[in-house]
Design a binder for this molecule. Structure first.
Ligand SMILES: C[S@@+](CC[C@H](N)C(=O)[O-])C[C@H]1O[C@@H](n2cnc3c(N)ncnc32)[C@H](O)[C@@H]1O
Ligand SMILES: Nc1nc2[nH]cc(C(=O)O)c2c(=O)[nH]1
Ligand code: SF4
Ligand SMILES: [Mg+2]
Length: 216
């Protein structure tokens, strides 16, 4: 597998917001959202080639136990090429959370070793074709983070959830932002729509603290 970075931080997004965790960022993404804050991950040949054993050893060496986040890029492109073995091996160090666009369903082998899917379905603001896999709407392990920048995006997120039968309690709205300043502005812009529609908002902790610094 090609690995871009492995670092310890706080989970800055989603249902496990605030938990200390080690992040494993895999290379490659074919989806290419307009707002992507990790465009350096798109190249499939980026990063370094690592075996499952090497990744697990590096994660263990960082000393943070209890939670491991596998992200990218789009990590599920590595299915049948080591991702299943990696997720199962990482489980020895903590709960395994996978960050995904929700375009690719997991193989049964991957699914058996994942504790949480942090799914970020792509709304029209991503400007891409990213067909959602119905697998996630039915998975008890899936939580849905919608990237929103205004009230219209919030309405679209709710509609998406209704169309796919995703319970409101599983929906989290996340401000589209790459700096602390932008993060505050967007939070203020989506606030009233979230109140009105009864949807939960979560911040992006690392963006509020560090901006879009790599390794945070
Ligand atoms: C870089 S993606 C990697 C995982 C997977 N490709 C995905 O999109 O879920 C990690 C998370 O960052 C979110 N994200 C990327 N750029 C963002 C931005 N400018 N503002 C808010 N969230 C963003 C994505 O929606 C996703 O939830
Ligand atoms: N602190 C922190 N939390 C995160 N949660 C998901 C991230 C990602 O890029 O997938 C991320 C990230 O890059 N940093
Ligand atoms: S799917 Fe994720 S990594 Fe790929 S472009 Fe979109 S936000 Fe970035
Ligand atoms: Mg990130």
């Amino acid at each position: 597998m090609r690995v871009l970075e492995i670092f310890a931080s706080l989970q800055g997004e989603g249902v496990n917001l605030g938990k200390p965790a080690v992040f494993v960022r895999l290379a490659g993404c074919p989806i290419r959202c307009a707002y992507c804050d990790t465009k350096y991950s798109w190249d499939f040949a980026a990063g370094v080639e690592m075996t499952v054993e090497e990744v697990v050893a590096k994660v263990a060496s960082l000393g943070v136990r209890g939670h491991v986040v596998v992200t990218g890029g789009e990590p599920l492109i590595w299915q049948r090429r080591g991702l299943e073995e990696l997720a199962c091996a990482l489980r020895g160090l903590g709960a395994v959370e996978v960050e995904t666009s929700g375009v690719y369903p997991p193989t049964p082998e991957l699914n058996s070793c994942v504790d949480y899917y942090d799914v970020s379905p792509k709304l029209s603001n991503a400007g891409v074709k990213a067909p959602f896999s119905p697998f996630y709407a039915r998975s008890p392990k899936a939580w849905f983070k919608f990237v929103v920048r205004d009230a219209a995006d919030v309405e679209e997120a709710l509609q998406f959830a209704e169309v796919w039968g995703i319970p409101k309690e599983r929906v989290l709205l996340m401000p589209m932002a790459q700096s602390a300043e932008e993060h505050g502005e967007v939070l203020r812009r989506i606030w009233d729509a979230a109140v009105r529609l009864g949807l939960r908002v979560t911040p992006r902790l690392h963006i509020a603290a560090w901006g879009n610094e790599r390794g945070r």
